[in-house]
Structures are given as C-alpha cells and as structure tokens.
Design a binder for this molecule. Sequence first.
Ligand code: PGA
Length: 243
Amino acid sequence: MKCQAYPGEDALAAALGRIILDTIRRLPAVVLGLPTGRTPLGLYAELARLTALEQPDWSEVRTFNLDEFVGLAPSDSGSYRAFMQERLFHHVNIRPEHIGFLDGVAEDADAECGRYERAIAAVGGIDLMVLGIGANGHIGFNEPGKTLAARTHLVTLDAPTRAANALWFDGDVTRVPRQALTMGMATILAARAIVLIATGETKAEAVRAMLYGGVTTAVPASFLQLHPQVNVMLDQSLADQLA
Ligand code: PGA
C-alpha cells in the first residue's frame, strides 16, 4: 500500500478532488465507489467547487455507494442517499439512473444485495473505490468479527459505529439505525484501484493496524494489504501518530 501524508484535511481533499476530476476527464464513463461519513465531507465540497469552476462532464460517470442504513428511505434526511444528494450529486450533472445505491427500505434485503452485486457487475465493476475507515478498522460497514462476508450483505452495526454516526441524527444515538446494507470485502477488493482516506488522531490505531498488522478479520481494512493498487491518504496529524 502506498501511503502519503498531506498538511491538513483541506490539502488532502484538494489532492483527491484533483485525482477524481482528472480520472473523469481521462475516462468519462468511470465507475466510482463512494463513501459517506465525516472524512469525505471536504472531498465532496472540493468536487462541488471544482465542478462549478471547471465544468467537467459527469454525464457518463457512474457511482456506487458503499452502504446504506436499513429502514431509512432515500428521502429520509439521515439516509446516506440524502447525504450524497446534498453533498455531491446535486452539484454535478450525473444522471440519476447512473447513481447506484442500496435501498435501505427494500422488502427483501438479500434480494436487494444480490441486485446491487449484479448492477456493479453489469457495468464492468468499479474502477476507483474511495474508502474511509472506522476507528474500529471497518471499511464500508464491514465490522470486525470472527468472519467477514464476501459480498453485499445485511449487517448489525457495532455500538461504536452507531455512536460515530449519531452526528447525522442530531447527536441522538438512539435514532441511528441498528442495521445496514454494505458492500462486502470481495466487492470492495474487486475494484481496480482503491484510495483510502483517513484524518485525525482517533483513526491512528486503526490505520496502524491496517498498514502494519497482519491480515485479520479483527481489522477488516487490513484486507486491503491483499490488493495491488491501494493508495492511503492521511493528514499530518494522523501520520505523526504513526511515526
Ligand atoms: P467517518 O467514517 O468518516 O465519519 O469517520 C468513516 C467510516 O466509518 O468509514
């Protein structure tokens, strides 16, 4: 895994925003895998800013988000679909039919997960997957455990993960759904290239385990060591903790 530190969150967001826009110019029909969370907020603000400035064409771009809460409709303000609409999709000329998302209110979760896998396969797989990392080492909502699921599946969220997501629900952890649908480890690892972004000292332990520990289901992100094309982008405050 290649690892690069940036002076701060803004510099990291600027660098990755540039990489993504360059990729769209080079490969107009690129398939992006996208994360939600606090970490990519700067990235999406930068993509919106650069898009307003430079007018890149997103009309052939396709996206697949990593995960979605169970029980929240796309119109629910706490849903990741709503997060993405507000932060990115609203600001670029992506076609609604090119936005891949797990449906948190699907009646049959297994069928919905199968549909998602087929939709990704039907467009030839994900070219560039952007990931965050949880303080517990999760990627997507693949939580640490005795085993990890390979493909898109239903998960029960860990207590720390629900606590970390309370900020999207006015700080009220009781409103954070208990379950989610997430891409699995194989879905993520099948992407042709992966960029993982992490900022702040609270992620240092997880990033250290991901980079320097063994491959273990106790740290799902450690499986990225098996992938030939992973770039890890950190801010300096986190990188300092690794030194
Ligand atoms: P965060 O989440 O960016 O809100 O810290 C990252 C993640 O859990 O993958």
